[in-house]
Design a binder for this molecule. Structure first.
Ligand SMILES: C[S@@+](CC[C@H](N)C(=O)[O-])C[C@H]1O[C@@H](n2cnc3c(N)ncnc32)[C@H](O)[C@@H]1O
Length: 264
C-alpha cells in the first residue's frame, strides 16, 4: 500500500497506518489524554475515532486509546461474562465479579484524574459542559454495557456515574463511548485545525450555532444572505448572534431559558 499522506479535510494521515495500529501503548504517551474502554467488542475501536482529526490526533499522541476486553475477565472455560437477572425477566446481566475485575485492571493503568463512567440510557444526559470537564481531566474510563446492562452492585461499589447519549436505547455502550470520546478529544489543544471553531460552535456560549453557507453564491435559486457577503465584520457578527438566539429560542426553550437567566 502507498505511504503517501492522504488528505482528510485540512489534516493528513498516513495511508499505511491502520486505525488499530494507533492503539498500541507507547511509553512516550504517558501524559497523553487517555480513554480506557471496557467492552466486549474491543475490535470496534478505534472505529471512526481512527479517522480524520481524531485519528490524526491519535497518531500524533495527543490522546491514546486503550480498549479493555471484558471477555478476558470472564468465568470458566467459556469466559462467561453474564447471567440471568435475579428476580426473573428477559435478557442477561453483566456479572459484578467479571466487570469488577475489569475495572480493577483499568484502575491499575489509570493516572491522575480519570473518572469512571458507565454509558447507560438511565444516566445524566451527556452535554458539552461534561465534554469540557472530561477534556480537562487526564482521561476517562468508560464501561460499555450489553444485554440488560450491568449488575447494580458494581456501579454502587465504585460509585460510577451513569451517562446517557440520549433518550433512546442502543444494543451496547460502544457507539455512545465513541461519541463521548470524540466530543472530548476535539476539545484538547492542537486537535482542531482552527481553534476558533470550538469557541464559536453550538453550545459554546449556551446557544445553538447560526446557519452556515458556502459557495456557490446561488444554488437551486437560493442565495446566501446579503450581509455575509458584505465584508462588514461587525454586521456579520450581529447577524450571526441574532440567528443563534432565534434558533435557540425556537428549537430549544430549555437552553434559551438558561441563557436568558445567565444574562439577567
Ligand atoms: C440494551 S441496553 C440496556 C438497557 C437497559 N436495560 C435499560 O433499560 O436501561 C445495553 C447497553 O447499551 C448501552 N446503551 C444503550 N442505550 C444507551 C444510551 N442512550 N446512552 C448510553 N448508553 C446506552 C448501555 O451501556 C447499556 O448497558
Amino acid at each position: 500500500m502507498s505511504d503517501t499522506p492522504k488528505s482528510h479535510g485540512r489534516k493528513s494521515i498516513r495511508a499505511s497506518l491502520q486505525p488499530r495500529d494507533l492503539m498500541e501503548d507507547r511509553a512516550d504517551l504517558a501524559r497523553a489524554w487517555t480513554a480506557q474502554v471496557i467492552t466486549l467488542f474491543p475490535d470496534a475501536f478505534p472505529g471512526l475515532l481512527g479517522e480524520s482529526l481524531t485519528g490524526k490526533a491519535l497518531k500524533d499522541g495527543i490522546w491514546q486509546l486503550r480498549p479493555i476486553d471484558l471477555r478476558r475477565f470472564g468465568e470458566g472455560k467459556h469466559r462467561n461474562v453474564d447471567d440471568t437477572p435475579a428476580g426473573g425477566g428477559a435478557g442477561m446481566v453483566l456479572r459484578p465479579d467479571v466487570v469488577g475485575a475489569a475495572i480493577e485492571s483499568a484502575r491499575e493503568m489509570s493516572r491522575g484524574r480519570m473518572p469512571i463512567l458507565y454509558l447507560s440510557p438511565r444516566g445524566r444526559p451527556f452535554d458539552q459542559a461534561m465534554a469540557r470537564d472530561l477534556a480537562a481531566c487526564d482521561g476517562v474510563t468508560l464501561l460499555c454495557g450489553r444485554f440488560e446492562g450491568v449488575d447494580q452492585r458494581v456501579l454502587d461499589h465504585y460509585e460510577i456515574q451513569e451517562v446517557s447519549l440520549g433518550d433512546f436505547v442502543m444494543t451496547g455502550g460502544e457507539i455512545a463511548a465513541q461519541a463521548l470520546i470524540d466530543a472530548c478529544v476535539r476539545l484538547r489543544p492542537g486537535v482542531l485545525g482552527n481553534e476558533a471553531s470550538a469557541v464559536e460552535e453550538s453550545f459554546s456560549d449556551g446557544l445553538l450555532e447560526h446557519p452556515q453557507y458556502t459557495r456557490p453564491a446561488e444554488w437551486q435559486g437560493r442565495t446566501i444572505p446579503e450581509v455575509l457577503l458584505s465584508g462588514h465584520h461587525a454586521r456579520i457578527a450581529d447577524w450571526r448572534r441574532a440567528q443563534s438566539e432565534e434558533l435557540t429560542r425556537e428549537r430549544r426553550p430549555d437552553l434559551w431559558k438558561a441563557y436568558k437567566a445567565r444574562r439577567g
